[in-house]
Design a protein around this ligand. Structure first.
Ligand code: ZN
Length: 457
């Protein structure tokens, strides 16, 4: 068996792990590169290794795991994409939005002439995203899927609605086995139950987004309430850039709880300004039995929340003068309606911008959290005088202790472990933790594009 790391090996985005069993070629995740320009440019090259794929298996719907599927389709691939039913529902929403943003970016770049090339083209179109989703085949967790001589099983991994780790067995009972963690959730996530214990495997691929961090143990809700209180008392508004799928629902849940507890300024309006987050919230309600939250709370996520329907209403909202909370996407302020709000709010010191999720290096969100005093939006420099906060307590990822704790449940250490999906220092810190705390051997951080032959490693 060979594994080629085609993404998510020297950063957190673009997860694409090609498993070649000798008889089947299966791609674990098909993610989009985001963040650093150096990484984003990889979206435009088609690795030769991806010719003749038999199947794609998605761990979850986030774009850094699913967002490159339409490019496969653009290159003529027509195989099957297996995923948890909820992942298929969410990916349908995310991929269409991703295609829409790319079409819009290309249009805007052509119109205002800041394209790097003679004519800017979208990476893929909405039609290609639809064609990609037509290949999706539901695979409920716990059910074994056979692809040739390989058997694949998904197991819930917390993190996000539908998120799973992937277990692969090739050939007979003593054949190669591989476990891919996908993105691993926390034991104390707001919405998702804890990840299921890992299944034994000879080879492990484990994520390391927070491999060098320990999440604060404090509840993020009181801190959010305090930020809202301070901001509103100085006449400002709070902007919450949120990943439309997962984080927006967690924020809604916390805001509803704060409101019920009387911890938010009375009558302060809350706006949800993201059509994708609105759709995703409906999917969370539909799949509510997968959540740890009581069904009545899931059903009440949008109670009293003003849902902003069209782009004109969104523009009007960004120019309004009254205090308010606005949840808008995208979560790293890479695109979407949040940019109009940011353009108006960032230059004014009374407002607050609160990030509640991981900000990938090179993203606008990461620059703001790092304290940069101006950011480029739609080709124009915008000064930043608003307060910028980052609430780590909303993270959907297990921290170092969480990942090590999850893996401690394995009775036999894997023969080899590849630490993926992390910035280099985070991956290396997790590698050290697995060696030092669990006494594991054969733990490495693979390089981008590297192929490992398991028979020789
Ligand atoms: Zn994820």
């Amino acid at each position: 068996m060979k594994i080629t790391f085609l993404g998510g090996a020297d950063g957190v985005t673009g997860s694409r792990h090609l498993v070649d069993t000798g008889s089947e070629r299966i791609l674990l995740d098909c993610g989009l590169f985001q963040g650093w320009k150096l990484h984003r440019e990889r979206n435009w090259t088609f690795p030769d290794a991806l010719a003749d794929l038999d199947a794609v298996v998605l761990s979850h719907a986030h774009l850094d795991h699913s967002g490159w599927l339409p490019v496969l389709v653009r290159h003529g691939w027509r195989g099957r994409v297996y995923a948890h039913p909820a992942t298929i529902d969410l990916a349908g929403v995310l991929l269409l939005d991703s295609a829409h943003l790319q079409e819009e970016d290309a249009r805007r770049a052509n119109r205002y002439g800041y394209a790097r090339h003679a004519k800017a083209l979208p990476l893929y179109t909405q039609a290609e995203a639809r064609r990609a989703m037509a290949l999706a085949t539901p695979l409920p967790p716990g059910r074994e899927l056979r692809i040739g001589a390989s058997r694949i099983t998904l197991a819930p991994a917390g993190h996000l609605l539908g998120a799973c780790s992937v277990h692969l067995r090739h050939g007979t009972a003593d054949g190669e086995t591989l476990l891919y963690s996908g993105d691993l959730g926390r034991a104390d996530d707001l919405l998702m139950p804890p990840p299921e214990p890992p299944r034994a495997a000879r080879t492990l691929l484990v994520e390391s987004t927070y491999g060098n961090r320990t999440h604060p143990t404090e509840d993020p809700a009181p801190r959010l309430a305090a930020i809202v209180e301070q901001t509103v008392s100085r006449g400002g508004s709070v902007l919450l850039p949120a990943f439309a799928v997962g984080r927006a629902q967690a924020l809604l849940l916390v805001l509803q709880r704060l409101k019920r507890a009387g911890a938010l300024p009375h009558g302060l309006p809350i706006f949800l300004d993201s059509p994708m987050a609105t759709q995703a919230t409906a999917l969370y309600t539909q799949h509510r039995r997968l959540l740890r939250v009581p069904a009545r709370e899931t059903a009440a996520l949008l109670d009293g929340v003003r849902v902003v329907a069209d782009a004109t209403a969104s523009m009007r909202l960004s120019n309004a003068r009254y205090p308010r909370i606005v949840i808008s996407a995208s979560g790293m302020a890479a695109g979407g309606r949040v940019l109009h709000h940011l353009k108006v709010m960032a230059p004014e010191p009374q407002h607050a911008v609160v990030f509640a999720g991981y900000q990938v290096g090179g993203s606008r969100g990461a620059r703001l959290v790092a304290g940069e005093r101006e950011v480029k939006i739609h080709g124009q420099m915008v000064p930043v005088r608003a307060a910028v906060h980052s609430l780590e307590g909303f993270s959907g990822h297990a921290d170092r202790d969480g990942i090590v704790g999850w893996l401690r449940a394995l009775r036999e250490p894997p023969e080899r472990t590849f630490v993926v999906h992390g910035e280099p220092d985070a991956s290396d810190a997790l590698r050290c933790a697995l060696q030092d705390r669990l006494g594991w051997n054969g733990v490495r951080v693979p390089g981008h594009g590297e192929t490992v032959d398991l028979a020789r490693s």
